[in-house]
Design a protein around this ligand. Sequence first.
Ligand code: A3P
Length: 297
Amino acid sequence: MEICEYSVEPDHLTKVKRYDNFNFPYAFPGNVKDHLKKIANFKVQESDVLLSTYPKSGTHWVREIVSMLLRGKAEYTNDPLYSLDFYESSCLEKLPSPRILQSHLPYRYLPKELKKHGRIIHVSRNPKDTAVSLYNMVKKLTFMYSSFTGSFHALLQCIFFSDKFAFGNWFDFVKEWERTMRQENRGCRILHLHFEDLKKDLKSNVRKIADLLDLSYEDEFINLVAEKCTFKNMKNGKESNPQPYWQNCTHDGKMPIFRKGDVGDWKNWFSEKENEKFDKEYARQMRDSNLTFQYFI
Ligand code: A3P
């Protein structure tokens, strides 16, 4: 493992832990090789559900829905996001069931037992809004991802035109997940959700999640969960009772998750030139892909 500091533009660096030709967040615990081994050997329970996302694709949103459904209560959880990436397995193994685990890692690094018989919810978001959301988040963080201090343009270079950012190149991530979801002899169940579909019709997506969890609720409860998990309600509810750990990892001590929750904000950030360059790269990288992303709704 190496600690890498990449220069992303004059005077600006991104700092990551590099191992196995992949860039892990600088805050990845200890030695990457050892931590990956613990993740791979993590003991999975039948009731576990793993939430998989590229950062800023709707992780907290879907986690809240899953938590309400599992508890049978349309009330916000105060649990932290239990991430395989950042928590020690010994701590996660002690959590009460059913556990909601989370990871931004490519499929190849996930627990072996999960791949055999687990339940995964994979959430995608259009790459342009993902980049905007990521840029706005990392600016607020004192550490965690990669201590990135560069411009929006530099971030685009890092995640779309190289792999210099924590969790690697966005195209590599979605393409590996697409290959995984296409595998017919896969042991685990994967529900693939799109951020934009959740925005368009939250209720039917809450129902899809309940189905994956084998929970058959009446429409009344599904509607209640969807209502609690609109952007406005979640922002108010969660920000009034934030997790204490945000105080230590953001510059202003506030929860940096609920910004706009929109589809199409990228229009306010991408220059015409950046947009053209991105579209060209997308066409090149995704020419063999069947994935589609929605840039407006
Ligand atoms: P924006 O920065 O575009 O607002 P993650 O949880 O993976 O870090 O993703 C965060 C993004 O999801 C943020 O996007 C945030 O506003 C959005 N989000 C969180 N909860 C949401 C909700 N209930 N409805 C819509 N968007 C939501």
